[in-house]
Design a protein around this ligand. Structure first.
Ligand code: SAM
Length: 329
């Protein structure tokens, strides 16, 4: 499946709920709950099967908080039992805040989960809880990381969004955390996708600064991309310590030219970019009785409308029609 800019679309991100048990300050206001419907597992699975038949190879389940869905392990197992166009079992990953992972890491691994990414925006408990606005969340997430490693969901990836003046002093401590815990810590630049209107270019902590600051405490060596379309710049530690640093810089070093993603929202709408203003209602077509072939033709048409790039920071930039928690990050 290629878009009109020649990009091969191989990654599908499916939001399976837009409910969340955290109220991260840079994501949600905390005043609203879910805003969009959730579909049945069977509905998501049918869409995923159709996307796989068109060339998707990796499926990431996200939200909202995907671990809030009790049927998550069964969904993972059902996706792993599907086949890509080349006849392989698709990779299935989950992005989670980790709050419920302690009890779910083992069942998810048994269900066939390939990888887990855990969001964690500070290694200092007080700063962490100022961000999530949930008391006790830090200890829960650390236990979730340990459970994921214990279950063999290695290497565990940690996503950290840095906000200038809020948690950017955590950069060096995160590098120590990566080394001590043998995890991949990936810093993600803050994007204008929050429910509130917090974002300013000055709040973004750029890739260059992160690399320079970590480099002052631990010498870094650049690592090559593991897959085509890799969004993270990867660095190892020159002294051979375990752990890895990744930086995802959609704002200061956009990678739209290599974008291989398409998204499905919790209510079954296709989004071709995080920053899209248009959505395409696949679930509605399915509800009206469209056949698999009709849904395939619809998806192929939608992929042709995938935006060339985002316009963050440019004059006239308009925030997208939904915020991150309601798109699926
Ligand atoms: N609840 C899950 C979690 O916390 O990972 C999955 C959904 S969350 C929306 C997915 C990812 O998006 C998280 O890593 C979060 O930090 C990131 N995110 C949310 N808002 C963001 C923003 N405005 N800019 C960059 N990343 C953001």
């Amino acid at each position: 499946m290629r878009d009109s800019h020649g990009r091969l679309i191989t990654d599908l991100r499916v939001s399976i709920t837009d409910r969340c048990n955290y109220k991260c300050v840079y994501c949600r206001t905390g005043q609203h709950g879910a805003q969009y419907a959730e579909l049945s597992a069977a509905d998501y699975l049918r869409s995923i099967q159709i996307f796989l038949s068109l060339g998707i190879e990796k499926v990431r389940l996200t939200g909202g908080e995907p671990l809030l869905r009790r049927d998550l392990p069964q969904m993972v197992a059902s996706i792993r039992a599907m086949r890509t166009r080349s006849g392989a079992s698709p990779e299935v990953a989950v992005t989670t805040n980790g709050h419920l992972l302690e009890g779910l890491a083992e069942p998810l691994k048994k269900a066939g989960l390939s990888r887990v990414t855990i969001s964690m925006d500070a290694v200092d408990p007080a700063t962490f809880e100022r961000i999530t606005r949930i008391p006790g969340s830090f200890e829960n997430v650390v236990r979730g990381i340990e459970a994921a490693q214990h279950a063999g969901l290695d290497p565990v990836k940690i996503n950290c969004v840095l906000l200038r003046g809020f948690n950017d002093e955590q950069v060096e401590a995160f590098a120590d955390f990566a080394r001590a815990r043998s995890v991949v810590v990936r810093f993600i630049e803050f994007m204008p996708l929050e429910e509130d209107r917090l974002w300013t270019p000055q709040m973004v902590v750029p890739l260059t600064e992160i690399v320079e600051r970590i480099g002052r405490v631990h010498r870094l060596v650049p690592l090559s991309a593991t897959v085509a379309g890799e969004t993270a710049r990867r660095y190892g530690f020159a002294d051979g310590a375990s752990g890895e640093i990744g930086i995802i810089a959609p704002v200061t070093q956009a990678f739209c030219g290599a974008c291989s993603r398409v998204r499905l929202t919790s209510d079954g709408k296709i989004r071709t970019c995080l920053f899209s203003h248009r959505e395409h209602d696949l679930a509605e077509m399915a509800r009206k009785g469209a056949s698999d072939d009709e849904l395939r033709a619809f998806i192929l048409g939608v992929i042709q409308t995938k935006e060339a790039r985002h316009h963050i920071g440019e004059p006239g930039f308009l925030k997208p029609s939904r915020s991150m928690v309601h798109i699926g990050g």
